[in-house]
Design a protein around this ligand. Structure first.
Ligand SMILES: N=c1c2ncn([C@@H]3O[C@H](COP(=O)(O)OP(=O)(O)OP(=O)(O)O)[C@@H](O)[C@H]3O)c2ncn1[C@@H]1O[C@H](COP(=O)(O)O)[C@@H](O)[C@H]1O
Ligand SMILES: [Mg+2]
Ligand SMILES: [Zn+2]
Length: 161
């Protein structure tokens, strides 16, 4: 099927052109960084394929392609935590999207229950790096905004090990 998007015919067209010409990777995916449109907080990182990008543009709600579930994923379809797209940006070489959203309900985005998927910071103890010791994490969000078992049930957590 021919792509819905413009061709990438020259560096100038890619960097300065006025038509959407995303660069999907070998698996047909483009990475998407999602931030809260109101606060600027980074909420999550996932991928879209062409169908997910078109569905997002069509509906104004965030859709991704889930690699673990291998299917189109309407964020919030199960949890009610839909993301309403306020602005969608593409980077210079057009291989990454930045989606600014308003999140429904509690305003959370993370299926673990936190507001942002980035709820831990890297916090090595003194001397740990040089000594080759394990590198610690520290929580930046102290409480969950919802109970994932209550929301998603006891289905296996899709986090890939
Ligand atoms: N809801 C989420 C969800 N929200 C945010 N994220 C983050 O989105 C990223 C993409 O998740 P995927 O499982 O699609 O990841 P992937 O592309 O398969 O790649 P891997 O991370 O598995 O390598 C991960 O970094 C997650 O931390 C989520 N990942 C998975 N879900 C699951 O999506 C389903 C539907 O949830 P709702 O959309 O909230 O209704 C439920 O089963 C949830 O557990
Ligand atoms: Mg992941
Ligand atoms: Zn998460």
């Amino acid at each position: 099927m021919p792509s819905r998007f413009a061709d990438r015919t020259s560096v100038e067209v890619v960097e300065e052109g006025m038509l959407l010409a995303p660069k999907f990777d070998a698996n047909g995916l483009i990475p998407v960084v999602t931030t809260d449109a109101a606060t600027g907080e980074v909420l999550m990182h996932a991928y879209m394929n062409e169908a997910a990008l078109l569905k997002t543009l069509e509906t104004g709600e965030a859709h991704h392609y889930s690699r673990s579930r291998q299917q189109l994923w309407h964020k919030g379809a199960t949890s009610g935590l839909m993301q309403s797209v306020q602005q969608l940006l593409i980077d210079d070489d057009r291989d990454c999207l930045w989606m600014k959203v308003a999140v429904a309900g509690t305003g959370a985005s993370c299926h673990v229950g936190y507001r942002s998927c980035f709820y831990r910071q890297v916090s090595p103890g003194e001397g740990d790096i040089k000594a080759g010791r394990p590198i610690a994490l520290a929580f930046t969000e102290t409480t969950k905004t919802f109970d994932p078992i209550a929301v998603y049930g006891n289905a296996p957590n899709p986090t890939q090990l």
